[in-house]
Design a protein around this ligand. Structure first.
Ligand code: SAH
Length: 382
């Protein structure tokens, strides 16, 4: 009996940057300039059909349709806020979905993209953490968010670009998905793809120090660091990753990062305002001392609640007092306006649908059940 050969999977070209596409075309016996042509079709024209690529010969178009595909995450649901913010739920494989948010403002339009399905870091005030973690996103799934947003916004194939800024601030810790994130950043900056300036692409991290040092070598983008506390004891509680990379080590890595940047860079420190936890004048003064001498800005983020959280947002007067102490100390400090509140699209509210492999949700659910109701780890029916 003749063996049935499995059909080889088609290569998703959204996974490849220009270098990768050159190698791909070399394997097909094609000239390297095809990479540039196809890159422009995909990312600038928003094309996913090889037949539309009219500067490729008919033969090559047919061959590409056999061996390759252009496949971005699909929109499962779109939520429109009264303030113009849009949150999309994007369907991935095996029950997983991620969220992506579009935030239009007077002078810019920002897309907030996810880097992982869920998050492994377990920050106590973040809703993504509650979902657990499934896996890293591929490059295609990261850059595919921008591709998909452009389509949904009706930007492509028009030349005008509605997305002016990208923030890697959605679900996940981007520095724990290093290679795929860096390749996607390369495409965001590539003039043949999205052509954004490096100041308009911001990576937000909880502070994975070794990865931050590697990032400095390969990508020169703006950096936001989720600090949230001015001392290790409190930060250990809010951002458990701090036990591995404490504040002094993190700030030393931040210093190395700004020193290596080609332009006069500042680091944005994010600080979520939690009522009675990290928002006193003493905390503000400690933060001021910590950041002295480091080119920095501070973004105060009003805490955005989610079901079953134990935190509350600081009252406006306390946030204002905190901000004033930093400003008086010479640090540019803004309080981030909460956007998309009516559709749960704000920082820390992105939940998606995570097929949790850490069983974190299960553990949480079990510990919240009174012990008397448990028999052999099972909840008893009442
Ligand atoms: N893992 C990365 C990026 C994702 S979080 C990081 O930690 O930076 C993006 C930002 O939203 C972070 O500053 C995060 O601390 C903040 N955030 C998380 N939960 C929040 C909440 N419930 N309210 C306000 N901000 C929150």
């Amino acid at each position: 009996m003749a063996a049935v050969m499995p059909t080889p999977a088609r290569r998703n070209l959204l996974d490849l940057d220009e270098t990768g596409l050159r190698a791909f075309f070399a394997e097909l016996g094609e000239k390297p300039f095809r990479a540039t042509q196809v890159l422009k079709w995909i990312h600038q024209q928003g094309v996913d059909d090889f037949e539309a690529m009219t500067n490729l010969g008919k033969g090559l178009r047919a061959r590409l349709a056999e061996v390759a595909e252009i496949r971005a995450p699909e929109v499962e649901a779109a939520h429109h806020s009264a303030d113009g913010t849009i949150k999309w739920l994007l369907r991935l494989d095996s029950g997983n979905a991620i969220e992506m948010v579009y935030i239009p403002e007077a002078d810019r339009a920002t897309l907030c993209v996810s880097s992982q399905v869920g998050c492994a870091l377990d920050c106590s005030f973040c809703s993504t953490a509650q979902q657990g973690f499934n896996r890293n996103l591929t490059t295609a799934e990261i850059i595919g968010q921008i591709w998909r947003a452009n389509r949904e916004l009706g930007v492509v194939p028009a030349a005008e670009r509605r997305i002016s800024n990208i923030v890697l601030m959605g679900m996940g810790e981007p520095l724990l998905n290093f290679d795929n994130v860096v390749r996607a950043i390369g495409l965001m900056l590539d003039d043949n793809a999205y052509g954004l300036s490096k100041r308009r692409v911001t990576l937000s991290t909880s502070g994975v120090v070794p990865a931050l040092d590697r990032l400095r070598e390969v990508a020169d983008v703006a950096l936001a660091v989720s600090l949230h506390a001015p001392d290790d004891e409190l930060r250990n509680e809010l951002v458990p990753l701090n036990r591995k990379y404490p504040i002094a080590e993190l700030l030393a890595a931040c210093r190395r990062y700004v020193d290596a940047q080609s332009h006069r860079a500042t680091i944005t420190f994010e600080y979520v305002m939690l009522d009675g936890i990290n928002d006193s004048p003493a905390h503000a003064r400690a933060l001021l001392r910590l950041l002295r001498g480091l080119p920095s800005k501070v973004n105060l983020i009003p805490f955005n609640p989610f079901p079953e959280t134990r935190y509350r947002c600081s009252p406006p007067s306390r946030m204002a007092a905190f901000q004033q102490i930093l400003i008086d100390g010479g640090i540019i400090t803004i309080t981030r306006r909460t956007r998309g509140e009516d559709i749960d699209a704000a920082c820390g509210q992105l939940a998606g649908a995570v097929n949790d492999r850490t069983r974190r949700r299960l553990r949480r659910a079990q510990t919240s059940v009174p012990l008397s109701g448990m028999v052999g780890g099972q909840q008893q029916e009442s």
